[in-house]
Write a protein that binds this ligand. Structure first.
Ligand SMILES: Nc1ncnc2c1ncn2[C@@H]1O[C@H](COP(=O)(O)OP(=O)(O)O[C@H]2O[C@H](CO)[C@@H](O)[C@H](O)[C@H]2O)[C@@H](O)[C@H]1O
Length: 551
């Protein structure tokens, strides 16, 4: 029996998520639900992506060797709702750009992403397969893009679902799309059908790597269709659960038997996140500490019981994210001044430019940065409280990010109260963020929970020392007093205790310089993460897939 309890950590964005009761539509379609039809044969240009050896039986010796090698390279489909090459809302977008590229060295990895406007606009895309409608999911086309560096990206083309103004998840003003269950079921079913070979794109993955709730239902479709393809489900943030009214199950082909605790039911709703956790062969999350934390009631958001079971089965691991090579202060084209850990002079130019951009006065005091999605998770309210004291002590603060309107407003008001001392730019400009990492002295990151966190690692790489709550990936990446500052009590006074130590270090230049150098010396890269993922892929391929008995 699993012990599930309501969770307290759900961000507001989710509370508005598609929970309105909806009539059970198209119930008559359900029996056919588990038998998606064969695809139409008009597959344009599929040959282009199909390895030649699939076409020919007479293979010359040299090609045979190549084929042998090709066949031994694992084929991975990486399914994600965002990718910074095209569009990102936060850290998942960064991961989806960097990790597949690191994994390319040892795998034939391809990415599958929805065809948002930002993905398809002005790009050359080759149609490789068509998928018919299923339940309330409209038909779609699978397109293929070859990125400049050779990475293959498949795109689920369905303009009525994906080509909208806004973010991948909503209108960009805080409201999620009401048909997100259809949109991400479409993505997930496309992934499952590629794995089954029903969507013949001339390539079939050995393993699927699914990311966050928008891809979670893939594992469910595979189980319900009895397709023994191993899957890894990565939780980037347990607080986003893809919760929808159970009345919507029929519209996306979720079988009735799946609506139970040993399935996708979660406190009377259906959860795409739970589909991923329950049906995937292996669950990973993005740091070792968060992997432990989510098995506890404090951080488990109600999934701790199931996650404890996965842990006991050796099917839960924490794999730390990396930092990609573009984070190199000696040659980053976004920076106003270049530097490295031996010569930090160039940092000053970034500080000057940042102070100008954020309308801060000239100052000898420390510059604190906040570079974040502006959501409850990130402890922005604590930072705002602490800001008053930081300014009193001679510090300045530059904030960039966007998110919940209430937090955006509170930050604007903070800047109005402290002209020249606090600068706030709502929105997100990657180059400006990089200059801020490179020009600030400290990064404020009092996240209430943090699965891994990338910003603290970017800050360290650019010599800005993170000040963070002792939680999740922050524990695994910040050494207190050496490469940043950690505090243990989640309150304004807890944060201020670490801020005081930061002020102290700022006044002793030798200490500050030593800490900056320590932080910049941290060796964290995506190849380390890729090796760990490879171990997981290898293990689940060896173990095979056990399908749930009920289906
Ligand atoms: N308004 C904005 N628009 C666009 N980009 C913005 C932005 N605000 C910040 N960013 C950028 O997004 C990234 C933030 O990544 P984080 O990992 O710190 O948090 P996030 O909560 O998004 O990611 C979740 O997934 C990642 C990836 O696994 C985990 O590290 C993390 O703990 C988890 O919460 C940084 O690259 C930052 O520069």
């Amino acid at each position: 029996m699993l012990h599930l309890r309501p969770h307290a950590l759900q961000p507001q964005a989710l509370q508005s998520e598609a929970l309105q009761p909806q009539a059970l539509r198209h119930q008559a379609l359900r029996p056919q639900a588990l038998q998606p039809q064969a695809l139409p044969s008009q597959v344009a240009d599929a040959g282009a992506s199909r390895p030649h050896y699939w076409k020919s039986t007479a293979v010359p010796a040299a090609s045979a060797r190549r084929i042998d090698l090709e066949e031994r390279v694992p084929k991975l489909l990486f399914v994600t709702p965002e990718m910074a090459d095209f569009v990102k809302v936060g850290g998942l977008g960064e991961v989806s750009t960097a990790l597949p590229r690191a994994l390319r060295q040892t795998n034939d990895i391809r990415v599958l992403i929805p065809g948002y406007r930002q993905v398809v606009a002005g790009r050359r895309i080759t149609e490789v397969a068509r998928l018919p409608p299923a339940w309330d999911l409209p038909g779609c086309t699978i397109g293929r893009m070859d990125m400049a560096d050779g990475l293959v990206v498949y795109v689920v083309l369905c303009s009525e679902l994906f080509e909208r103004d806004g973010t991948p998840y909503g209108d960009g003003r805080g409201t999620d799309w009401d048909d997100n269950h259809i949109r991400f079921a479409r993505l997930s079913l496309a992934a499952a059908e590629i794995a089954r070979g029903v969507a013949d794109i001339g390539w079939r993955p050995d393993v699927l790597h699914l990311n966050d709730w928008p891809a979670g239902l893939t594992a469910g479709y595979l189980a319900w269709h009895r397709t023994p393809v191993p899957t890894v489900f990565t939780v980037h943030n347990l607080a986003y659960q893809g919760l929808f009214d159970a009345a919507r199950m029929a519209s996306i082909g979720v079988p009735e038997q799946a609506f139970r605790m040993e399935g996708i039911e979660f406190y009377g709703k259906m959860s795409f996140l739970k589909a991923g956790i329950y049906y995937a062969s292996h669950v990973t999350t993005v740091s070792a500490t968060y992997a432990r934390e989510i098995t506890t009631p404090e951080f488990g958001c109600g999934f701790e019981g199931l996650l404890r079971v996965r842990e006991s089965q050796n099917r839960l691991s924490g794999i730390l994210n990396g930092v990609d090579e573009s984070w190199d202060a000696s040659r980053d084209p976004s920076l106003a001044g270049h530097f490295d850990r031996r010569n930090l002079q160039g940092r000053r130019l970034n500080a000057v430019e940042t102070r100008e951009a954020f309308r801060l006065g000239v100052s000898q005091g420390p510059l604190f940065a906040i570079i974040s999605r502006l959501v409850q998770q990130k402890g922005i309210d604590l930072a705002i409280e602490a800001a008053e004291k930081i300014v009193e002590q001679g510090g300045q603060i530059a904030v960039t990010g966007q998110g919940e309107p209430l937090l955006e407003d509170a930050l604007r008001r903070l800047a109005e109260r402290h002209p020249g001392q606090v600068g706030v730019r709502i929105g997100f400009d990657e180059a400006e963020a990089r200059r801020l990492f490179a020009g600030s002295d400290f990064l404020l990151m009092p996240s209430r929970f943090e699965p891994c966190g990338l910003s603290q690692m970017f800050a360290q790489r650019y010599g800005s020392l993170p000040i963070a709550y002792r939680t999740g990936g922050l524990v695994d990446t910040i050494e207190d007093g050496v490469t940043g500052f950690l505090f243990s009590e989640l309150s304004c006074s807890g944060l201020m205790e670490a801020v005081s130590r930061a002020f102290d270090s700022f006044s002793v230049k030798k200490t500050l310089l030593a800490m900056r150098r320590n932080a910049m010396s941290r060796q964290i890269n995506w190849l380390q993460s890729a090796r760990r993922y490879n171990d997981v892929y290898e293990r689940i391929r060896t173990w095979g897939v056990s399908l749930p008995a009920a289906f």
